[in-house]
Design a protein. Structure first.
Length: 94
């Protein structure tokens, strides 16, 4: 019952919340240098990639045998490290 009350109180807030843009620093550099760093120094391999809908760039996920990972947004010329972490898993809720 309490859960329903909490949901009823939060629902209007969730429905009317607006998206916003958040600017944060990312590391960018020549794609060839970043890929070489990930593959040779970090021993990460490309495990997933997908095309960005709007600008034709790609998102790529690199991972090593221990589960450490790096997410890049990349073009042929420039790549940016969007995120990195350890031992991620698919299908878990935040």
């Amino acid at each position: 019952m309490r859960l329903l009350l909490v949901l009823a109180l939060l629902l209007p807030t969730l429905v009317h919340s607006q998206a916003f843009q958040y600017n944060y620093s990312v590391v960018c550099g020549p794609t060839i240098d970043i890929v070489e760093f990930l593959s040779r120094t970090q021993k990460e391999v490309l495990v997933w990639d997908g095309s960005h809908i709007d600008d034709g760039s790609k998102y790529t996920l690199w991972q090593d045998k221990s589960g450490n990972w790096t997410l890049l947004k990349m073009t042929r010329e420039v790549s940016c490290i969007v995120g990195s972490g350890t031992k991620g898993s698919f299908g878990t809720n935040i």
